[in-house]
Design a protein around this ligand. Structure first.
Ligand code: EPZ
Length: 423
């Protein structure tokens, strides 16, 4: 198993270019099943999850040409597809559920074994299924009780759908299915993340008629067929936020290129509350930290445009050394404090109570042996290792490989003292 060795590092400096968004490219790849023509996706990040999604598309019968060297994927789902997603791939990545809507509308049938819960929560999909039932799908209830989604639909007809929670995945699955359904679908209380907008942009290029993506009400007028298109994926806002915190926590100055500041308003606002200088330049965003003026703030994660849950653990690394106490409230996932135990091994002395974590701050962290408990928590303990005395050994780093392209190379180019050890 590989691991990272992280040493205390001086202030990071230099520039880093952000890769394409994992959480945008995964639904877009699923959506390529909606046409028999070739789609070309560019700015695809070289990530384990992208590789798994491409293997899944291939196993369903699509021709897939993944070239990480050029960050490009070509998909052509021209032949008859298989309706069943193989469990050995689905168990590697819960985002496999994103093919559900596309498979159903294309084949009239989709069978997907659900992966179990994960470190951050139980990850139910009842809202995805509520939407597909509203469009006319039938779901085998007996199989569902055994964790298997077996959905059938001779045809899908547009409907009004209210999401009890603005689920990103449910919004994406329903958008894909509704885009080729008969009639109009309106999704109320839809997720508003930038990745939803990027998917809608891709679908509209293919011929869909989607309005309101990025707001809480998305209107989809079904059309009869899609054409193949090419598309550049938006930058990864969570990778960008992670590198902003890397600059802040080390008191460095870093130019972050290829990021969209508008996608990170809440994170930028909170970093500024901590005394971090953030300036928008023509070629990117400059983040300047200063240990002397690093003060604490409180965080509450919320669906977009609120503070993103995926930035909760990286930001908490910063709060462990900020002057003054802070409270972090995680409202999106029910169990996303697994990283607290890892920070505490480094001396952070954080206490959790239900959805809240209380961070005393003012700590000089000590290097320790820690694990990556999910992909964002893995990045977070690396950030903490950059300012901890001594060596921090991070294991289970396959989590990090899922979501951060060239993570050690990018950090090392900024002066971080981090090594990857293959055991
Ligand atoms: C997406 O997951 C992202 N993954 C997650 O990023 C991200 O944390 C999450 O959105 C929230 O922003 C991808 O886009 C591939 P949700 P998703 O459905 O779609 C509950 C990362 O680190 N819920 O919005 O699974 C659910 O339990 C990953 O890149 C229901 O209750 O998120 C959770 O508590 C981690 N019922 C909350 O909603 C449902 O039917 C958010 O889930 C669906 C969801």
């Amino acid at each position: 198993m590989a691991k990272f060795l992280v040493q205390k590092s001086g202030p990071l400096s230099g520039e880093v270019t952000i890769s394409g968004s994992k959480n945008a490219v995964l639904p877009i790849l699923a959506a390529t099943l909606l046409t028999k023509e070739e789609c070309v996706i560019k700015d695809v990040p070289a990530l384990r999850d992208v590789d798994v999604m491409c293997r899944l598309l291939n196993s369903l019968g699509a021709e897939v040409d993944l070239d990480f060297d050029s960050n490009t994927v070509k998909v052509k789902a021209s032949s008859e597809l298989n309706s069943e997603a193989p469990y050995d791939l689905v168990k590697m990545m819960r985002a496999s559920i994103l093919v559900l809507g596309a498979l159903l509308i294309r084949q009239g049938h989709a069978l997907i074994h659900l992966p179990g819960g994960c470190a951050i929560g139980e990850r139910p999909i009842e809202l995805h299924l509520k939407g597909l039932r509203a469009l006319g799908a039938t779901i085998d209830e007996k199989l569902l009780s055994h964790g298997i989604v077996d959905a059938r639909a001779d045809k899908l007809v547009g409907s009004d759908i209210y999401l009890d929670f603005p689920s990103v995945g449910a919004t994406e699955v329903i958008m894909m299915a509704a885009s080729l359904a008969e009639g109009t679908t309106v999704i109320e209380n839809a997720a508003q993340e930038p990745e939803i907008v990027d998917l809608a942009t891709f679908l509209n290029k293919m011929g869909a008629r989607i309005k309101g993506a990025g707001t809480d009400t998305v209107k989809i007028e079904g059309v009869s067929e899609f054409k193949g298109v090419s598309h550049h994926v938006i930058p990864d806002r969570i990778e960008a936020g992670t590198f902003m915190v890397a600059a802040a926590i080390t008191g460095g100055q870093v130019l972050i290129k290829n990021m969209v500041p508008n996608h990170l308003k809440a994170v930028i606002a909170k970093l500024r509350e901590c005394g971090i200088e953030i300036t928008m330049e023509d070629d990117g965003v400059v983040v300047k930290g200063n240990p002397e003026t690093l003060v604490s703030t409180d965080i509450k994660t919320l669906p977009y445009p609120g503070f993103p849950t995926d930035m909760q653990s990286p930001f908490m690394a910063l709060l462990t050394i900020a002057k003054g106490p802070s409270v972090v409230i995680e409202t999106v996932f029910e169990n996303r404090f697994m990283h607290v135990g890892e920070f505490n091994r480094m001396g952070a002395n954080i206490k959790t109570e239900g959805k809240a974590a209380i961070i005393p701050g003012n700590k000089q962290l000590q290097g320790a042996q820690v694990v990556a408990t999910d992909l964002r928590a893995g990045a977070a303990v690396v950030l903490a290792g950059l300012v901890a005395e001594g060596t921090t050994e991070v294991s289970q780093i396959y989590h990090i490989d899922r979501g951060y392209e060239n993570f050690t190379e990018k950090l090392r180019s900024l002066g971080a003292n981090i090594m990857r050890i293959e055991e």
